[in-house]
Design a binder for this molecule. Structure first.
Ligand code: AMP
Ligand code: GLY
Length: 436
């Protein structure tokens, strides 16, 4: 295989592209839409392609014209829109869940119903298409409860409620005022689980799989784990709690039953599966599945992989993951600090409201490449080739080191070189744990 098309953007897509070119000296990566600012002679961004286009045809045409040997769809929107099905129909070897498999992320009701049918533990739940019935159920059950929209909103649209009024208000916001968009048409009301949250990443091919390293993610926007949930202000890897017992329990109680259940229901999953679980006593419960790698977890997990990733992908396609030697991992530590677009004097910034765009981003070239790597999030090049901010998570600065402490120092040394109007980042990534 000489070339791959990665369908994604932002930090996760950049980390995928980097994983291929770093571990396979012969591969060229087409990265759509990617980021035109990436300077690498084997990474070709395709900024005119639109990831949100419901019609996969333009991407399929590009892949055929470019003659790629492999396609990897990594972003949830094209996955939910059936891009994998379209690439495969055009005869292109493709990794990523097809439209029916991607429902494991795009519908919580679908996933929870599947779990119930196959005896996989998940919080007791009911779902509603009508707010009155949801409120009636909430009042009858009493708090604590969790109210969430059916369609995954990437960490938004989930309300962990300790009293009934809060839960009723959540229904109002999700179903009536639709604060979180059309996904609020159907809500799930479920039991609140109390335990230890554990996240796992797995590369799957049918019922075969390879576990990827665990990572610690910081979902809260402010220092000290304060502020709203925002899908990740940073991450680090290795995870201090990753043990053979933790991973083994996940494989035994969750992963193997889940893959068997999917197969039994005609779902043939390929690609990364990200399982969010809660350990209650010694029983693992499924909170949700994402049919993709996490972001910013990808930015700290992928740099540890040193196996030729093209060969790993070939094994996924040929259903030979079982025969693959164990994934080779660097012993180094990686810490991601996400530089986000905060208030710029006009807009409140991410994740609080409107985000200012077009602010010049400087200093990326001053970051020491031996100590840090910069993955591009929401940035673009202007017609004058100037790097400017273009959304919430602007750049990810990933420090590396022989110890966690060294990697933290390198990440913060790196991010101190970067500036743009309204830059905001957490100063405690790796220093406090997100569950503390
Ligand atoms: P989700 O988008 O479903 O992963 O939910 C976002 C976060 O809400 C999770 O990472 C958990 O921390 C929390 N959460 C979701 N469902 C539950 C539940 N049933 N019990 C306790 N916490 C939950
Ligand atoms: N870091 C959380 C996510 O990717 O959904």
């Amino acid at each position: 295989m000489r070339s791959v098309l990665i369908v994604d953007y932002a930090g996760r897509g950049h980390a995928f592209a980097d994983l291929f070119v770093r571990t396979d000296p012969d591969i060229t990566v087409h990265y759509a839409p990617g980021c035109a600012a990436i300077e690498h002679d084997r990474i070709v961004s395709v900024p005119w392609l639109d990831l949100y286009d419901p019609d996969p045809a333009p991407m399929v045409r590009y892949a055929l014209d470019a003659g790629v040997d492999l396609v990897l769809v990594a972003h949830p929107r094209p996955l939910a829109n059936g891009y994998v099905d379209a690439f495969r129909a055009a005869g292109l070897p493709t990794i990523g869940p097809d439209r029916s498999a991607a429902r494991l992320e795009s519908s919580k009701v679908f996933t929870k119903d599947l779990c119930s049918r196959h005896g996989i533990a998940t919080a007791a739940y009911r779902w509603f298409d009508e707010p009155g019935a949801a409120v009636e159920h909430i009042r009858a059950t009493g708090a604590p409860l969790v109210v969430k929209c059916d369609y995954s909103c990437q960490g938004n649209g989930v309300f962990v409620c300790d009293d009934v009024d809060e839960a009723v208000e959540a229904v109002e916001r999700l179903m009536v005022t639709r604060d979180f968009g059309p996904g609020g048409a159907r809500v799930v009301v479920e039991e609140k689980l109390v335990g230890e949250e554990q996240l796992f990443f797995v590369l799957v091919s049918g019922e075969q799989y390879v576990m990827l390293p665990m990572a610690v993610d910081y979902p809260r926007s402010e220092d000290g784990n304060a502020g709203p949930m925002c899908g990740g202000m940073g991450a680090f890897c290795p995870h201090p709690g990753e043990t053979a017992e933790v991973v083994g329990r996940f494989e035994e109680q969750m992963l193997r039953p889940l893959l068997a259940a999917a197969t039994a229901e005609g779902i043939d999953y390929t690609g990364v599966l990200y399982a969010d679980c809660m350990l209650v006593g010694d029983r693992l419960y499924l909170i949700e599945i994402n049919a993709r790698m996490g972001d910013p977890e990808a930015e700290v997990v992928f740099p540890r992989i040193t196996s030729n990733f093209t060969e790993v992908c070939r094994a996924v396609l040929e259903r030979r993951l079982d025969e693959l030697p164990p994934l080779e991992l660097s012993a180094e530590h990686f810490v991601d600090v996400s530089a986000t677009q905060g208030p710029d004097g006009v807009h409140p910034g991410w994740p609080y409201g409107e985000v200012g765009r077009g602010h010049p981003v400087t200093g990326v070239r001053d970051v020491d490449p031996d100590r840090c790597q910069v993955f591009y999030g929401s940035v673009r090049l202007t017609e004058e080739d100037e790097l400017v901010s273009d959304g919430g998570k602007v750049v990810h600065v990933v420090g590396r080191g022989d110890t966690l402490e060294q990697a933290i120092d390198h990440a913060y040394e790196g991010i101190s070189k970067i500036s743009f109007t309204g830059i905001r980042y957490r100063t405690d990534i790796g220093k406090v744990l997100p569950w503390e």
